[in-house]
Design a protein around this ligand. Structure first.
Ligand code: IPE
Ligand code: IPE
Ligand code: MG
Length: 226
């Protein structure tokens, strides 16, 4: 039997290299990358099996980048989400975030909150953007939540207290040839299938995604059994 793909996660990497290879500023790579986010999200919304798409957009470590690049990314995010609302509604996409967004400007937080509210009844696909997300930070926040509630610390209580209590990841793709997790969903990826492609994110297409999903569907997932 082929594997079902319900939850796909992607580390969208390689925007900077894509731009630099073409003699552009790195920010151009992020701009083109945002267009790819739109295509891939719409594709997933049309696939009946895929229920969740988690995208790594900004890590807790990305604050180390030059101020100019960080500022650009924040502005791009605000612009993207505002512009995307029509697409979310037209394609039945629910918008969610994971990560600690309390550090963002109040304007950006408001945009995120309003978009979550607006799209909360859509049910073709949930697009989850990981923003100021770090898996270690998420796990620490979750354990603190469990402890302060007085509940027993176990796998179930921690899972439920994470920013992502919805489901484990089935397939995780990282673009750009890097083969590491960079603090992404360490808990939720425990039994995910991993796929690393050399394609830089701005060059990633739905055709390549289809091929990767096909590869995934034919893998032998064992979960510790035989
Ligand atoms: C991924 O592309 C986007 C973010 C981390 C925001 P990069 O900006 O990391 O691109 P490279 O890895 O430098 O090419
Ligand atoms: C991971 O990519 C973060 C995102 C894609 C948002 P990075 O480019 O920041 O990761 P490293 O630094 O190469 O590990
Ligand atoms: Mg990178």
């Amino acid at each position: 039997m082929k594997n079902r793909l319900e939850h796909l996660a992607i580390i969208m990497d390689g925007n900077g290299r894509w731009a630099q290879e073409r003699g552009y500023n790195r920010t151009k790579g992020h701009e083109v990358g945002a267009e790819v986010v739109r295509d891939i999200t719409q594709y997933c919304a049309k696939e009946p099996d895929i229920k969740s798409l988690t995208l790594y957009a900004f890590s807790t470590e990305n604050w180390k980048r030059p101020k100019m690049e960080v500022n650009y990314l924040m502005k791009l995010l605000e612009r993207y989400i505002t512009k995307e609302r029509d697409t979310y509604m037209a394609h039945g996409i629910k918008f969610e975030t994971i990560g600690d967004i309390s550090i963002f400007s109040s304007k950006l937080q408001k945009t995120l909150k309003e978009t979550r509210e607006l799209t909360k009844h859509n049910n073709n696909l949930t697009q989850i953007l990981a923003l100021n997300y770090g898996s270690r930070d998420e796990i620490v926040r979750a354990v603190k939540k469990v402890v302060s509630s007085g509940k027993e610390v176990d796998e179930e209580s921690i899972s439920k207290a994470l920013d992502t209590p919805y489901s484990d990841i089935d397939l995780m793709i990282r673009t750009s040839g890097e083969q590491r997790l960079s603090n992404f969903l360490l808990w939720q990826l425990s039994y995910a299938e991993l796929y690393f492609t050399p394609t830089l994110w701005p060059d990633f297409t739905t055709e390549e995604l289809e091929q990767i999903i096909d590869d995934y569907k034919n893998r032998n997932r064992k979960f510790g059994g035989i």
